[in-house]
Write a protein that binds this ligand. Structure first.
Ligand SMILES: *Cc1c(COP(=O)(O)O)cnc(C)c1O
Length: 365
């Protein structure tokens, strides 16, 4: 008997779908608890919640939900252009920066072409890469777990079309800095697009200048998201800043209304709410200290993080994940990232962090 799957693309059949953090409602149902009793520190979300200004903008926008949104996202893109000192034509927006990653793949990947990223980086890259039948090239990190940009340079072939520099990188939490980046950018050949995935850059104390590469006309794109520091993960909003040429390619590849009405309204308001952004960053900095202090007391290895999450070496990551889950704390095991000895903890508010530490302590005893 024939099934429709025999007609599907083989590289789609071969894919393993992205594994998101376990949802709070599902966990509550399974444990017979209230959703409010569950602590989720699994998806690098922002425990502070969204900016009240963004919420207000969404409420106002909701009354106009029967009309298609502005397909050009004029207000948001104009604001971004002003913020970065680039032309409107150099901005791209999307339903999360994940969509912009997908658009980049649409623009340049196909069979025989290569996408390069560092080992243990964001799992969306290999998924997207394989979706387009391209080859995924993974480059080992340096001993301190940061991207080895010189090794990445050496791994470039005539088939390499797209390189992701995740800065800070998820789930490891390390960064690369200006000098290494400049040396790398000076040597990247012109047939390669370098995507600086800066989803966590707001949490980093030092923010390397990547916009200068865009202004120099290099084939570069900066990717940013509203999902992390801005606390708008549920909305799905992200953007890219790039050359007019690359922006044009991505705008051709997108669907006409890829950023919804609420997202356009909320993000414009969120960009104006500096207090909220600063409060998010402060909460995370404080929370990281809370975790580090405990891990040092317990003698547990962790990787100091420039993001809003910490990779912790607990041993038997999946077992630790399951044991914490049974106690109502959702973390992330790292099996899918090739790090079975580790769990990743998102830094939440003080109460959530304390609950997480309490449960971890029981589990690790
Ligand atoms: C969270 C994350 C993103 C952005 O995700 P969206 O919610 O789709 O904007 C991009 N890159 C990395 C490395 C991330 O961790």
């Amino acid at each position: 008997m024939s099934t429709i799957t025999q007609y599907a693309n083989q590289y789609v059949l071969d894919l393993v779908a992205y594994q998101p953090g376990k949802p709070i409602e599902e966990t509550a149902r399974e444990l017979g608890l209230n959703a409010s009793d569950i602590v989720k520190l699994a998806s690098n979300e922002n425990s502070l919640g969204p900016s009240p200004k963004a919420v207000q903008a969404m409420q106002q926008a909701a009354m106009g939900a029967h009309i298609y949104p502005d397909g050009a996202s004029f207000a948001l893109r104009s604001k971004l252009a002003g913020m970065f000192g680039v032309d409107f034509k150099q901005t791209v927006v999307g339903s999360g920066s994940s969509e912009i990653i997908e658009l980049l793949c649409h623009a340049c990947l196909h069979e025989g072409i290569e996408l390069m990223a560092a080992k243990h980086s964001f799992s969306m890259y290999p998924i997207m890469c394989k979706l387009f039948g391209a080859k995924y090239v993974e480059v080992e990190n340096k001993a301190d777990w940061s991207h080895d940009l010189m090794a990445m340079l050496k791994a470039i072939t005539p088939q390499t079309r797209l390189i992701f520099i995740t800065n800070p990188t998820n789930p490891v939490g390390t960064m690369v800095f200006q000098e290494e980046m400049d040396a790398f950018m000076a040597q990247v050949p012109e047939h390669v697009i370098v995507a600086f995935d800066e989803a966590y850059i707001d949490f980093a104390d030092v923010k390397p200048d990547t916009i200068k590469y865009v202004k120099q006309g290099k084939n570069v794109i900066l990717l940013r998201t509203f999902s992390k520091a801005y606390g708008l993960a549920g909305l799905r909003a992200g953007y890219g800043i790039t050359t007019p040429e690359i922006a044009d390619l991505l705008n051709k590849a997108r669907t006409p209304f890829n950023m919804n009405l609420m997202a356009q309204a909320a993000t414009v308001a969120a960009l104006d709410d500096k207090e909220h952004l600063e409060a998010s960053v402060r909460m995370v900095a404080k929370g990281k200290k809370q975790f580090y202090t405990a891990f040092e007391q317990w003698g547990i290895e962790y990787i100091p993080s420039h993001g809003n999450f910490i990779l912790v070496k607990t041993g038997r990551g999946r077992d630790v994940f399951n044991a914490c889950l049974a106690k109502g704390v959702i973390l992330r095991h790292m099996d899918g990232y090739g790090l079975p000895e580790y769990i990743r903890i998102t830094v939440g508010n003080e109460k959530e962090n304390s609950r997480c530490l309490e449960v971890l302590r029981e589990v690790l005893k």
